[in-house]
Design a protein around this ligand. Structure first.
Ligand SMILES: [Zn+2]
Length: 117
């Protein structure tokens, strides 16, 4: 069973001719001319994620106000291994299901220590 929990985060987009040297957080830069979209990994690790727009790559949907990218973006080559979707200028972040119990454990430990004092 795959269990994920989702986090929504607002995102914006910018149509550009050339991709700027310094990318800002939470902005998807889109170059129609070069058929490419680029953004900074949304986990905060600062790595640049390049998504080529092509029939075999990502598809960009622009509805006049917001953009969506499909399929999802999985940064398996990064240390953070983040995985998310960009849908209507919102990030839908998928956490791995085993991330959650680890956090619970550490909370319990802290609680325990508090009582031992
Ligand atoms: Zn990251």
């Amino acid at each position: 069973m795959i269990l994920i929990w989702l986090l929504m985060k607002n995102f914006s987009h910018k149509f550009v001719e050339l991709i700027p040297e310094h990318l800002k957080d939470d902005i998807l830069y889109i170059s129609i001319e070069h058929c490419i979209a680029i953004h900074k990994c949304i986990c905060g690790c600062g790595k640049e994620v390049v998504t080529p727009i092509s029939p075999h790559g990502w598809k960009l949907i622009f509805d006049g106000e917001t953009v969506s990218l499909s399929p999802s973006i999985g940064n398996w080559n990064f240390e953070c291994q983040s995985h998310y979707w960009i849908k209507n200028n919102q990030i839908v972040y998928a956490y791995k299901w085993d991330d959650k119990p680890k956090k619970k454990k550490s909370k319990k430990k802290r609680f325990f220590r508090f009582w031992k004092k």
